[in-house]
Design a protein around this ligand. Structure first.
Ligand SMILES: NC(=O)C1=CN([C@@H]2O[C@H](COP(=O)(O)OP(=O)(O)OC[C@H]3O[C@@H](n4cnc5c(N)ncnc54)[C@H](O)[C@@H]3O)[C@@H](O)[C@H]2O)[C@H](O)CC1
Ligand SMILES: [K+]
Length: 503
């Protein structure tokens, strides 16, 4: 998904809205005397080098330019490509007369170097790589008319597409597709990473992502509050403290997992093994008597307690450092009674799956729990449709946290974490669609509970758990996303958590 390339920087963890990137631009230009045209020339040069590096055999480029500065970047790329001896066709969308400022200067430099500008009537077939320099962060409204035709034509052909700054048609702040949006093979973004590349349809449209700060001084960034934190396992691995040489299992947390109504024991079993593989010292599965006797047969390291009624939980809760409730809990009397018993204990609690549905039926505010809904469960908790959740996931996770307290984790492509603190929410940039498989959420529940039980606070445990889960999913996906199952994620936990994945 993200690769380091010559002239590009490691992906930053600070994400911004379009307005904030405009402020960064302005600060660089006005306070640090970097002319706008210099930034545009740097942007074009980085984009061109990315293109050469990723598609070294490409000789024929077709560059689509808009009428703003994104188009200006396109003119710089076109000029550099011609100077490097490539065959370039530049197709202008909208009236080239509308080009202003730096974009007009770049257009003039391209023409003065012998470049020609054509209207965008049809895409030339003989193209090795297309460059999308139609819209960047200045997209203001739905893409229509000739612009929409061009985007659909780009998406309808097979040659790779390099998107400049943003895939055209994708909203920089929400990641929403405004009408139509380019599905890029790769995107090279500048100065500030837009949050829309990581939420909504961003992961689906950005392709591989490259970033360049265009060498603006680091102090420029100190003046702008980021709007969203990007988190990944590379950053989070440091949060897992190394094992003490004299550790014993009692030091590594006792996780109590409650769930597994009749016929639904698999979810709890997956959560239990995931907790062990995330380093929990002890894991007890409190489950229905119907299958308690054999639930640990395939994993004897798990302890299992048959729980007929809520009172039977008493001694188990006494010994627990953290409770996770929900995997396969069901919504019948048995599950309801266990939920009612556990909900108000005040112990560190992870609430998932059916327990979230029971919480939605009778909302309560829990100051320190971790909620891990997928979009459907979030829709029930907020009494809205799933579509509304997916339309603005950032707002959904904010309302979840505001209404239910604790740390809210909204699972999905670009899992979001909001702990209600002053810090911006976090989005995990690891993970892949192969993880959308039965039991993947149960595995995450066991992992987050294990980290919470090892003494991490709710936000830290949720963030590290989400990132470790995603990194394990990416490791498992090396053998293919299709057919990836939750147990493959569990199997990847140990090498990833111990940093020996490459061995
Ligand atoms: N110093 C800088 O500003 C740098 C900017 N870079 C590049 O510039 C763009 C941002 O440019 P901006 O002119 O603000 O907007 P865009 O070029 O992204 O597009 C706006 C352009 O398109 C018109 N428009 C907007 N929506 C629509 C629509 N739905 N249909 C038709 N036309 C539309 C709008 O009127 C404008 O004319 C940034 O992303 C970078 O690529 C440099 O990279 C760095 C320096
Ligand atoms: K673009």
């Amino acid at each position: 998904m993200t690769r380091s390339m010559p002239d590009t920087d490691r992906l930053p963890h600070a994400l911004y809205r379009a307005e904030q990137v405009r402020n960064l631009d302005r600060t660089a230009i006005e306070d640090f005397d970097i002319p706008g045209i210099e930034l545009m020339n740097r942007a074009g040069a980085v984009a061109f080098r990315c293109l050469r590096d990723r598609w070294p055999a490409a000789r024929r480029l077709t560059i689509l330019t808009g009428t703003g500065n994104n188009g200006g970047d396109g003119y710089v790329i076109a000029r550099l490509a011609r100077a490097a001896g490539l065959t370039v066709r530049l197709l202008q969308l909208g009236d080239a007369e509308r080009l202003r400022g730096d974009a007009a200067v770049s257009c003039m430099a391209y023409r003065n170097a012998g470049g020609t500008v054509e209207p965008c009537s049809a895409l030339p077939r003989e193209t090795d790589v297309y460059v999308d320099a139609i819209f960047g962060r200045g997209l203001e409204r739905a893409v229509e008319a000739q612009w929409a035709d061009a985007v659909m034509a780009l998406n309808g052909q097979r040659a790779p597409i390099l998107a400049v700054d943003m895939p055209s048609g994708l909203h920089s702040d929400t990641g929403r597709v405004l009408g139509v949006a380019v599905k890029a093979s790769a995107t090279v973004s500048f100065i500030g990473l837009k949050q829309g590349l990581f939420i909504g349809a961003g992961p689906e449209h950005r392709g591989d992502l490259y970033f360049s700060a265009l060498e603006i001084p680091a102090t420029v960034y100190s003046r702008e509050i980021l709007s969203l934190r990007r988190v990944d396992w590379d950053q989070q691995r440091a949060s897992l403290a190394p094992r003490s040489r004299v550790a014993h299992k009692g030091d590594c947390g006792h996780v109590l997992l409650i769930g597994g109504a009749p016929g639904m024991s698999g979810a709890l079993r997956l959560a239990g093994e995931a907790a062990l593989r995330t380093g929990a010292g002890l894991v007890t599965l409190a489950t229905h008597p119907q299958h308690a006797a054999w639930l640990n047969l395939t994993r004897p390291e798990l302890m299992v307690a048959a729980v007929e009624c809520p009172e039977a939980l008493g001694p188990l809760v006494e010994r627990a450092d953290v409770i996770a409730i929900g995997p396969g809990l069901g919504r019948d009397d048995w599950g309801r009674q266990l939920w009612a018993q556990v909900r108000d204990l005040g112990l560190p609690l992870v609430v998932d799956a059916d327990a979230l549905s029971l919480l939605a039926e009778m909302p309560v505010y829990g100051p320190d729990w971790i909620l891990t809904p997928h979009p459907g469960e979030a829709a029930r908790l907020l009494q809205v449709g799933v579509r509304e959740i997916e339309q603005d996931r950032l707002e959904a996770v904010r309302v979840l946290q505001e209404r239910y307290g604790g740390t809210a984790v909204l699972k999905g492509a670009g899992t979001l974490i909001n702990d209600g603190s002053q810090r911006p929410p976090a989005v995990c940039s690891d993970g892949n669609p192969g993880m959308a498989t039965a039991g993947s959420g149960d595995v995450l529940t066991g992992m987050v509970a294990a980290l919470r039980g090892q003494g991490m606070d709710a936000d830290a445990a949720a963030t590290a758990g989400v990132c470790l889960h995603a990194a394990a999913g990416d490791f498992a996906a090396r053998q293919g996303e299709r057919g990836l199952i939750a147990s493959d994620i569990i199997a990847a936990l140990r090498p990833i958590a111990n940093g020996i994945e490459g061995m």
